[in-house]
Design a protein around this ligand. Structure first.
Ligand SMILES: [Zn+2]
Length: 186
């Protein structure tokens, strides 16, 4: 389910007229509430139906996601939809950014030594804006909860000396969550 957040871009005025729960700004039609956008193709109207039981992501929301890309200054994470306490979280965008400054309370020299593509991450929303979500992992229980060997792709096991691959003996580093290996994601 792809939900819109207040202020999110839906269409241009050339494409559609604004319908319920939308507003126009500089030729763009945007959502004025959290909900599901729908297009009336016949009359070219775009509207949003409000969803009462949906909880938008906001600062402090916990999200789980998969690392898609690691850059020098940020990590791109695809968020997993998740049911929490029977309330469905609204994920306006499925991608979020983890800026290097939000990774740890300690200085992070090399982001590529902290995250790798395919890692499963537990994070909190630092800031949710219509155009994007910033995450943070600067708490003990936040960070990588499952990682895979970059040589052979087997899940890495956490031992007293750190992350190790039991298949090929490779050792790796990550920004680890204190819950590494303890969370099963359905
Ligand atoms: Zn390995």
């Amino acid at each position: 389910m792809k939900c819109s957040l207040p202020g999110e871009f839906l269409a241009t005025e050339e494409e559609f007229s604004k319908g319920e729960n939308t507003f126009e700004e500089n030729g763009d039609i945007r959502a004025d509430s959290t909900g599901l956008p729908s297009e009336d193709k016949k009359y070219k109207i775009i509207s949003v139906s409000k969803q009462k039981n949906l909880v938008p992501l906001s600062a402090g929301s916990i999200v789980f996601g998969t690392v898609m890309l690691v850059r020098t200054n940020s990590v791109s994470i695809e968020m997993h939809p998740l049911n929490l306490k029977s309330e469905r979280q609204v994920i306006g965008a499925s991608y979020a950014m983890l800026p290097v400054r939000n990774v740890s309370r300690e200085y992070v020299e090399d982001l590529k030594a902290q995250f790798k593509i395919g890692d499963i991450v537990k994070a909190k929303v630092a800031e949710a804006k219509p155009w994007g979500i910033d995450l943070r992992t600067n708490e003990k229980e936040l960070g990588v909860i499952k990682a895979f060997c970059s040589r052979c792709r087997q899940p890495l096991q956490l031992s007293v000396t750190g992350l190790k691959c039991t298949s090929c003996g490779n050792s790796e580093t990550r920004k680890l969550s204190s819950e590494y290996g303890q969370i099963a994601l359905g």
